[in-house]
Design a protein around this ligand. Structure first.
Ligand code: AHM
Ligand code: MG
Length: 344
């Protein structure tokens, strides 16, 4: 007899969580469901990406004479359409677009939420079949309901996020999100087309053995980071060192692995890029919310909690140190002990 398979789906968990907010109208829950649907569509396309040489490379013309879209553009359009049709969102900011997109149809003007997202992070990895992801961050608007949203709705500290998460398109496709009630993971079961609960109350180990940083930039790093890398590489059985270096170059994949196994991810400021590479609104804030909800930390390496940084521009970049609590604290200690004038 086949074993009984009774998965708990994303929608079921969302509805259960909803009961923790008795005065809420279920709009945030509906919004998360819409994100789940967009994610499934992007998953389908990402999985077909390996077939481009057979079906026609991106940028080329297909048999009907239609140009084929790049996947990051496709993902962007998919998520924008999902947010717009939800009727709960009054505007979005996407890493792909220079400006915010305001939804001014009658329904959306009454929408209480704005969403920031990176539709396909690490998209340069698609060509080589490496995991990529979508990252999202949801805020309650601060402009009055009924009017058009504006930039002020997006310039909120990460502490104000109502929910955040990512979808990782990897060997399995997973969605990990938080509404501030812990970090929860779902795995897409392609046979039934549903995200099924797989990681309840995710807790990242307080210490780990993995460090993730692009060491190709070593000579451009601040002295504190250089010294911390050497610390990770030294032999000390008492502290489980040396640690292993693991760097995929896809934030979602690197963060996800460290979240599960314990580790630290660093994208520091460098000579030439005094704020690092990663974007506060689309990458650092959502990841920081998830890290903290799983018991980890996320800082800029200089004592400032990512979630407390006041955004000043849409595509602002900030250095990111995130992962296991003790590892981030140690890296911060090195940054304090070895201050330098590195980044001109
Ligand atoms: P992208 O948004 O243009 O895809 O860039 C972000 C990606 C992250 O996924 C990853 O952590 C980082 O860039 C890697 O950068 P680098 O190649 O400099 O190490
Ligand atoms: Mg990105």
């Amino acid at each position: 007899m086949p074993t009984k398979y009774q998965p708990i789906t994303l929608n079921e968990v969302i509805i259960q969580e909803q009961s923790a907010f008795p005065y809420a109208k279920g709009e945030l829950s509906r919004l998360l469901s819409h994100i789940g649907i967009a994610a499934k569509i992007v998953h389908r396309e990402v999985n077909k990406a390996g077939l481009v040489d057979i079906l026609g490379a991106a940028g080329s013309t297909n048999i009907q004479g239609e140009g084929q879209q790049k996947l990051d553009v496709f993902a962007n359009e998919q998520f924008i359409a999902a947010m717009k049709s939800s009727g709960i969102v009054c505007g979005i900011a996407s890493e792909e677009d220079d400006e915010i997109v305001i939804f001014d149809d009658e329904l959306s003007l009454d929408g209480k939420y704005v969403v920031c997202f990176d539709p396909l992070d690490g998209s340069s990895n698609i060509d080589v079949n490496v995991s990529v992801g979508t990252i999202f961050s949801i805020y309650r608007r601060i402009t009055p309901v009924g009017l058009k949203a504006d930039i002020s709705d997006f310039m909120q500290e990460g502490t104000k996020q109502a929910a955040a998460g990512y979808i990782i398109y990897g060997s399995s496709t997973m969605m990990v999100y938080t509404t501030g009630l812990g970090t929860t993971g779902f795995t897409l079961d392609p046979s039934i087309g549903e995200f099924c609960l797989s990681n309840k109350f995710m807790k990242t180990p307080e210490n780990g053995k993995l460090y993730s940083i692009n060491e190709g930039n070593y000579i451009k790093f601040p002295m504190g980071v250089k010294k911390y890398i050497k610390y990770c590489q030294e032999h000390d059985p008492d502290t489980n060192r040396p640690y292993s270096s693991r760097y995929i170059g896809s934030l979602v994949a690197d963060f996800h692995r460290n979240l599960l196994k314990g580790g630290i991810f660093i994208y520091p400021r460098t000579n030439g890029n005094p704020n690092g590479k990663l974007r506060l609104l689309y990458e650092c804030n959502p990841v920081a919310f998830l890290a903290e909800q799983a018991g980890g930390l996320a800082t800029d390496g200089n004592g400032t909690r990512i979630l407390e940084i006041q955004p000043t521009s849409l595509h602002q970049r900030v250095p990111l140190f995130t992962g296991s609590r003790k590892m981030v604290e140690k890296a911060e200690e090195f940054m304090r002990t070895f201050p330098d004038e590195c980044c001109e």
